[in-house]
Design a protein around this ligand. Structure first.
Ligand code: MF3
Ligand code: CO
Length: 248
């Protein structure tokens, strides 16, 4: 069942989403060689709580951290640890928060120091794919239009488009219907209505689209070891167009 959100519910998702936006902005300023992902995670948890929110991922299906920190060939769900960042790495930071019982969810892939042109292009294309998907979040369009817009950006660069993980409806729960694949066919799927809130989250790989989950039960990596980028926003369909909620 797909739940459309009322104005009141949207306000709560907006509040949770703003907290996420603050965290991602402040984490960006902490990204540098030698910082550990555990340090980033500790900061994020305290900061979410100081803003009146609750970390959304902590405790979700047994996940133990506030952030997902996915480095280089890690696609999503990397677990914060004592590993430190190195110049030239790229790191996906995924953050979710709960406020007044409602969820916000967003992710950004950041460069660490000086990165290769190949990595920079991957990051740019994945960011652009998210933007293309967001632009399709309009009344009268269909879900397949969002997915197809994302896919087209990946195809344009021949990147591997991850299929094993998808975007999702969000609101009262972190993951609601519908699923939002990063590939699809235009003019198919449900029609988009005001009050629909989706987390759109493209994941593009330099090489194969294939991923596997490590023995830790969480970390998804590319099977060829090449790098991956991930961006995500929580976005509402309104009468006047898409509203990106996970921005300041
Ligand atoms: N943004 C991711 C998602 O929507 C983060 C979930 S991590 C988890 O699936 F730990 F909460 F599972
Ligand atoms: Co998500």
């Amino acid at each position: 069942m797909i739940v459309l959100k009322s104005r009141e519910e949207l306000a709560k998702i907006r509040k949770a989403s703003k907290i996420v936006a603050v965290i991602l902005k402040e984490i960006e300023e902490m990204i540098r060689p030698d910082v550990t992902t555990e340090e980033l995670d500790r900061f994020a948890e305290e900061r979410i709580r100081s803003l009146g929110g609750v970390p959304a991922f902590k405790g979700y299906r047994g996940y133990q951290a506030t952030l997902c920190t996915s480095i280089n060939e890690e696609v999503v769900h990397g677990i914060p640890s004592k590993r430190s960042l190195k110049n030239g790495d790229i790191i996906g930071i995924d953050c979710g928060a709960i406020a007044d019982g409602y969820y916000g969810d967003a992710a950004v892939t950041f460069p660490v120091g000086q990165i290769s042109e190949e990595s920079a292009k991957l990051i740019q294309a994945t960011r652009k794919a998210l933007e293309s998907g967001i632009q399709m979040m309009r009344v009268g369009n269909r879900l397949g239009d969002v997915s197809y817009a994302v896919q087209c950006q990946g195809d344009a660069y021949s990147y591997g488009i991850v299929m094993d993980f998808v975007g999702h409806g969000i609101g009262r729960a972190l993951h609601e219907e519908p699923q939002v694949p990063n590939y699809g066919s235009p003019h198919t799927g449900i029609r988009l209505s005001p009050g629909l809130v989706l987390a759109i989250e493209p994941m593009f790989n330099l090489g194969t689209h294939l991923v596997k989950v490590l023995d830790d039960g969480w970390t998804a990596v590319t099977t060829d070891g090449r790098r991956s980028a991930h961006f995500e926003h929580t976005v509402a369909v309104t009468e006047s167009g898409p509203e990106v909620l996970t921005v300041l």
